[in-house]
Ligand binder design. Structure first.
Ligand code: HEM
Length: 154
């Protein structure tokens, strides 16, 4: 019974894996941006590397290994990746309402990440947890800026 439980996949390692895939994907997009003369390519590459890649990797590393099944962890993962897909798609097809929808999912995912962190007593006071919370706040603050830019430009 215990063995079966511990073998269930947790969201943290999946976030780490998806984050690594996104960094590679971002690098590939960056490589093709110049040759294809793709105007939004450098933005898409930076977004993939920083937001979908690095931030998701850190979220995965910081996901508390609590009880399983970790439904809120999966909801966080889904919100971050679906939200990012909508933000990238909405930007590439110049449809700000998709960016708005994606942003709502991203905010929900950030809230879940913050709540999980606040409920992890073993990390209280550790400097890493403050750096992590600062990262979540920077991401949260970037979202309205992205929404405004998207509406102004389209
Ligand atoms: C979850 C986090 C973020 C979201 C949802 C987001 C979203 C967006 C969107 C939708 C745009 C407008 C794209 C367009 O229509 O041209 C944009 C542009 C931009 N963002 Fe973000 N962003 C985020 C994080 C960040 C961060 C952390 C930085 C800084 C390190 C950043 C820097 C920029 C810059 C410099 C632009 C202008 C790019 C250009 O003109 O090509 N963003 N972002």
């Amino acid at each position: 019974m215990d063995t079966a439980r511990s073998s269930v996949v947790a969201p943290g390692p999946v976030m780490i894996a998806l984050g690594c895939v996104a960094v590679v994907l971002g690098g590939l997009v960056a490589a093709f941006t110049g040759p294809l003369d793709w105007a939004k390519g450098s933005w898409a590459a930076a977004y993939l590397v920083l937001v979908v890649g690095a931030a998701q990797y850190v979220m995965g590393r910081m996901r508390p290994a609590g009880r399983r099944p970790d439904r809120t962890g999966w909801a966080q993962l889904a919100g971050w990746d679906l939200g990012s897909l909508l933000v990238i798609g909405g930007t590439l097809v110049a449809t700000p309402v998709l960016v708005d929808l994606g942003s709502a999912l991203l905010v929900a995912a950030l809230a879940l990440a913050l709540l999980a962190d606040l409920r992890a007593p073993e990390r209280a006071g550790a400097w890493g947890t403050w750096a992590y919370r600062a990262m979540l706040l920077v991401l949260l603050a970037s979202i309205p800026v992205g929404i405004v830019l998207s509406h102004l430009r389209n």
